[in-house]
Design a binder for this molecule. Structure first.
Ligand SMILES: NC(=O)c1ccc[n+]([C@@H]2O[C@H](COP(=O)([O-])OP(=O)(O)OC[C@H]3O[C@@H](n4cnc5c(N)ncnc54)[C@H](OP(=O)(O)O)[C@@H]3O)[C@@H](O)[C@H]2O)c1
Length: 371
């Protein structure tokens, strides 16, 4: 049976206790301090991932215990060492390919150096994240009755590995796409190249708020550790497809904007009878904070590579190859993976919920909302 490992890390202090129940009740400062030296550990044993033709794999979630802000603040080498030590745990258990979760794929050069130093091939999982994200983005537009051809879209984090590819995949289907990031020089260069390649109108800005105010459709994929999308900026009946981990969309949007559809774009349904069993506390399940049979798209890409026996560094760095995104989408479908049901703010988005969002948007328009 082919084997994989996937590097996870806590996205917040609450996450630390979910990963390591022994951390419950400890103060924030002490938890941060402990994580400065804490070695990686194996969190979960993954079984039951089975393609429709019967191919099955086995894997492990290994934890590099650093928070997103620590991944950014700590010395690059210190972070690489921690990630490589986590991969080594997977290698010792027999993993043949490794995936990088959340900020372990963002730090430094987006997996290139880690892959060079790793004994097994490494992928960021971004190809499938991009494919799933773009599908979720257009599913959201459809559910809200928005015809993309007439709509302005904004991609926040447009110069990133995920955002850049999403821009190129979204652009042929919308009227106008606005590119947003913080580094203006990089953004301007990326815009120059992209504008020449894509068929729709394009523009760019570093002003997130102004860009979001102009768009019905929003895709966000930044490496920010703070909220980026605020309720005051969203158009009536807007769609926000969220790919970032930790999330970019302020929790206030859930409370203050019942007329807006927010959807996590990077979740996949896993084929077979997947189980994520805690490695040390055998018999109990590891809570991924997702519904049963659901995994992140980046995890799913690593599983697909294991199922297909493609032990190669499939997705690395910031310049994503669009044909590989298309190939990975096709491989994932062949292996039985599909886009997970819509979800946001820890809850499912049912058809009834969509109807409520649409009628809240109608009511807001009738009440004279300007946008
Ligand atoms: N759901 C999933 O399965 C999944 C899978 C993989 C990754 N992810 C998540 O996706 C996100 C993006 O990953 P990536 O690999 O594309 O990262 P990346 O290559 O580092 O790109 C990050 C982008 O965000 C921009 N950015 C950072 N902070 C910003 C801010 N405060 N405001 C506006 N733009 C900002 C960056 O440009 P500037 O620095 O110029 O602003 C850049 O364009 C991360 O949160 C990652 O954890 C999710």
């Amino acid at each position: 049976m082919n084997k994989f490992c996937f590097v996870i890390h806590p996205l917040s202090l609450e996450d630390v206790a979910r990963y390591e129940p022994g951390a419950k009740g400890k103060g924030d400062a002490i938890m941060r301090k402990i994580m400065e030296w804490m070695p990686p550990w194996t969190v979960a044993h993954v079984t039951g991932v089975r393609a429709p033709d019967g191919r099955e794999i086995e894997g492990w979630f290994v934890c590099a215990p650093l928070l997103p802000e620590q991944m950014i603040e700590f010395r690059r080498e210190q972070v690489y060492e921690r990630i490589l030590a986590a991969i080594q745990l997977g290698v010792d258990l027999g993993a043949q390919v490794a995936g990088l979760g959340a900020f372990t794929a963002v730090v430094g050069d987006g997996g290139v150096t880690i892959n060079e130093r790793s004994p097994i091939p490494v992928t960021t999982g971004n190809s499938l994240t991009i494919g799933a994200g773009v599908d979720s983005f257009f599913r959201g537009a459809h559910e809200m009755g928005i015809d993309p051809v007439d709509a302005t879209a904004v991609v926040v984090g447009a110069t990133g590995s995920i955002g850049g590819a999403c821009v190129r995949l979204i652009a042929p289907k919308v009227k106008h796409v606005i590119l947003v990031a913080r580094n203006e020089t990089r953004l301007q260069k990326f815009h120059e190249r992209t504008a020449a390649e894509v068929p729709c109108e394009t523009s760019y800005t570093t002003d997130i708020s102004a860009a979001v105010r102009r768009a019905r459709l929003v895709l966000t994929a930044t490496s920010s550790t703070n909220d980026v999308i605020e309720p005051e900026d969203l158009q009536t009946g807007a769609v926000v497809c969220e790919l970032s981990l930790p999330h970019d969309v302020s929790r206030r949007v859930a409370k203050e904007r019942p007329d807006v559809l927010v959807t996590e774009g990077g979740n996949m349904t896993v084929p077979g009878t997947p189980r994520f069993e805690r490695f040390r506390e055998r018999g109990s399940d590891f809570d991924l904070n997702l519904p049963p049979r659901t995994a992140l798209a980046c995890m799913s890409e690593t599983m697909v590579l294991a199922l297909e026996g493609r032990f190669e560094p499939y997705t690395l760095g910031r310049g994503i190859d669009l044909p590989k995104v298309i190939e990975m989408n096709a491989m994932a479908r062949r292996c039985g993976f599909s886009l997970a049901d819509m979800r946001a703010f820890d809850a499912a988005i049912t058809p009834e919920r969509i109807a409520e969002i649409r009628s809240a948007a109608e009511a807001r328009r009738r009440a004279g909302a300007v946008v």
